[in-house]
Write a new protein. Structure first.
Length: 275
């Protein structure tokens, strides 16, 4: 073959480019990889189950006798009251952000950014895995509550909505660790993201009803979105659907999720522009 005849072939080969796949395919590819890695990391799952069950049992043992009768709340059950708190502790801070740091440090994530894959699914796929995990984490905590005598007045539908609210809250919070992971690529910084939640978890009605808090504490709790998430979940344990409480819970989740996910997407765009 002459040099002249080979030139067009070489030019055609050099202009070949990998075509981007669809958004959904990119999303599911990232999600499947993230989900498959979850069973290989029990050190991330076991503490997430131990902490909420520990607090649930200890709080009941320490405070149940003191809260047998709450003014204005006939038939108050502290075991039911604490179940929502246990779920919030189980799902908050659960994310694949640490795995993302590993991918960044190994160069794998930056190679993905150079590929035809769409950028948004690279983050959303991890969140699909997060959502699946927090749903699974809710089940043992709820099972423990049922063993201890908790009942859902709203029936099976109430159980489903209870899990959904808890999972949506967990998903809304994931934006913070992802933003830290993308900005710093530091596993210690990502691990400390839980500290963003920890103070707010106690500046709310996590241990006693809102009306039983002292004046200054009650004022802070009323501005704390976690308060409304807890109240919405607790309303599902009553004998009727409280759509106002559920709506406030979803609104609180939407506000926190908007802030956290905006931060995560901004840091993703920043990493893409730097790369």
């Amino acid at each position: 073959m002459t040099a002249t005849s080979a030139t067009p072939a070489r030019l055609a080969h050099s202009t070949l480019r990998a075509k981007p796949s669809g958004f959904f395919r990119d999303l599911m590819t990232v999600a499947k990889r993230a989900i498959r890695s979850i069973p290989r990391e029990p050190e991330a799952i076991i503490p997430a189950l131990f902490i909420p069950t520990f607090f649930y049992i200890v709080n009941i043992g320490a405070l149940e006798d003191l809260t047998e009768s709450v003014p204005g709340v006939p038939g108050f059950s502290y075991r039911e009251f604490q179940l929502a708190t246990g779920i919030i502790f189980a799902v908050t801070g659960i994310s694949r952000a640490t795995a993302l740091v590993t991918d960044i440090q190994s160069g794998y994530f930056d190679r993905l950014l150079l590929s035809p894959a769409r950028r948004l699914p690279l983050l959303l796929g991890l969140m699909v895995a997060d959502f699946s995990l927090v749903v699974l984490l809710c089940l043992p905590v709820i099972a423990l509550g049922l063993v201890l005598g908790v009942s859902f007045g709203t029936g099976i539908g109430g159980v489903v909505v209870f899990i959904l609210i808890g999972a949506l809250w967990g998903l809304a919070f994931t934006g913070f660790p992802y933003a830290i992971a993308l900005k710093t690529a530091n596993p210690a910084a990502v691990a400390s993201s839980f500290l963003l939640f920890f103070p707010f978890a106690f500046l709310t009605s996590s241990t006693v009803p809102l009306d039983a808090l002292t004046g200054w504490m009650r004022t802070i709790a009323r501005f704390n979105p976690i308060t409304y998430v807890l109240e919405g979940m607790r309303s599902l344990l009553t004998d009727s659907w409280d759509w106002a409480a559920i709506g406030k819970a979803l609104l609180a989740i939407a506000i926190v999720g908007t802030v956290s996910q905006t931060m995560a997407l901004a840091t993703l765009r920043g990493r893409v522009s730097r790369g």
